[in-house]
Design a protein around this ligand. Structure first.
Ligand SMILES: C[S@@+](CC[C@H](N)C(=O)[O-])C[C@H]1O[C@@H](n2cnc3c(N)ncnc32)[C@H](O)[C@@H]1O
Length: 172
């Protein structure tokens, strides 16, 4: 977030959202010099920002915590402006050793729900309405696999289609 705050500059605004007060405390310490950052203790499944608010969303290593990833992706889609960009980074199950480790985490680490393969995540992003701009997996170490997906919220039409689903089927 420090580099994002620097890139955005004084005239922009960066919002950092996390459900954990402890994590927000760490962020506050790292970001105290940056007046363009606000930090919020919110659940990403229900983000209290209005529709079409942000130019960009960045999410790093959070996906594996969600019981319902699709609800979060739909929230990201809703708060992004049409034409807005999003980058998601996270663990990737396309690497054999990591697959085995991840299965163990599911049993041993209560907060870990599940990680995804690049194809699974890309498919979910498409279902949430995003257009894939770029997606790639990379080996972070011999036992660790990650992926990065860059997407775009394409058009107003796509947004309206999603709204009608999100609001329980009402035609918009
Ligand atoms: C592995 S940490 C990554 C934190 C940060 N993105 C980074 O890269 O340093 C995952 C974070 O996701 C947060 N998290 C998990 N579920 C969440 C939710 N439903 N809403 C908001 N934050 C959540 C956790 O509190 C945790 O701080």
């Amino acid at each position: 977030m420090v580099s994002i705050a620097k890139t955005i500059g004084e005239n922009g605004q960066v919002a950092g959202i996390d459900i954990s007060e402890a994590m927000l405390g760490i962020a506050r310490k790292k970001l105290f010099k940056h007046n363009n950052v606000i930090l919020k203790k919110w659940d990403l499944e229900n983000i209290p920002y209005s529709d079409n608010y942000f130019d960009a969303v960045v999410s790093v290593n959070v996906m594996h915590y969600f019981h319902n990833l699709m609800d979060v992706l739909k929230e990201f889609y809703r708060i992004l402006k049409p034409g807005g960009r999003m980058v998601l980074l996270g663990f990737c199950t396309d690497f054999l050793f990591f697959q085995a480790m991840e299965k163990m985490w599911r049993i041993l680490v209560p907060s870990h729900v599940r990680a995804y393969s690049l194809d699974e995540l890309s498919q979910k992003l498409k279902e949430a309405g995003f257009k894939i701009v770029e997606n790639k997996r990379f080996k972070a170490s011999w036992f660790w696999g990650s992926m990065a997906v860059k997407v775009k919220k394409d058009s107003q039409q796509g947004y309206r289609n999603f709204q009608s689903i999100h609001k329980g089927g009402a035609n918009v």
